[in-house]
Ligand binder design. Sequence first.
Ligand code: SF4
Length: 316
Amino acid sequence: MFFLDRLDLDRRFRVLRGELAEVGIEEELRGWSFEGGLIRPSSDILLGVSELASRYCPTMRDLYLRRILGVRPPPNVKMTRGIAFHEVCSRVVHEVKRMLFENPKGVPGYVILDRLLHQAEVIVDGILMRAEGRTARLKPQDHAALRCEASSLYRFLVIQAAAKVDQALSKYPHATSDSIMSIAIPPILERKVDGSLVGLGRELSVDIYTPYNAVADLKTGEVRDFHPYTVTGYALALEAEEGIPINYGIITYVRVRDDVPRFRIRCFLIGNELRREFLELRDEAYTLLEVGRDPGKPPRCPRYCPYHPVCIGEMG
Ligand code: SF4
């Protein structure tokens, strides 16, 4: 996550701290209150965070199709892009860490650039092969376009990483690789969380921005109103498992245009309203799955709904 700027985040979180002090978060909406009240799941069914949070469909027909009829959304290029971009981001962090581990006295930025830019094509091709393996083989023109986008993102992140390592080395000439890593690499911890205490999956993968215990999420498509639900689900699961407050969310939107990645970062309070709405979605999903009946289509189905080809297209 070399696109996150610590000073910028610090400034945003200072503002959010003020908001939190003003409005507060109700105790009964904290994940650790899972033994009763609103948080307690009324069913043994465990739901995926994205099953609840990806609210393209207001009637939850997507959930009915997936869970009752066993129909998965047909793969599309957006899904492949999402998987590929995530892997590009974590791969660059992994490679830079590895180089620093291998060289306890530090590695100058130009060495990082040389090594990682040289490997760009091999690494990106491997990432695309795995992403297509998890979704579907893309048409040649889509594959070529995504390869360009993923390569641009990869190169951009490598250049940022090399510059950050150089800045750290220049400022602290006697620092070890360990210290350089903690200065140059944004403090994002990826961890597994058992969400079953709040009715979510047992093995959620959550990114945490550790200075503020904020849950981070990366999105590769358009901005949608329902996106904050994803980090809300993760926050409830973490609070339940760890008993620590998770007050903030970060969503980063990344798009590549004209060979240049552009980032839009949204930081927000995971407040009472978001928590209530997420829990309402969970409870609505329980009812739908218990009844097992088709909830029908909404008056208008968004074209970007992943189930559009199933409900409306040739298979509908
Ligand atoms: S296509 Fe329409 S009915 Fe089907 S899941 Fe999407 S929004 Fe719901």
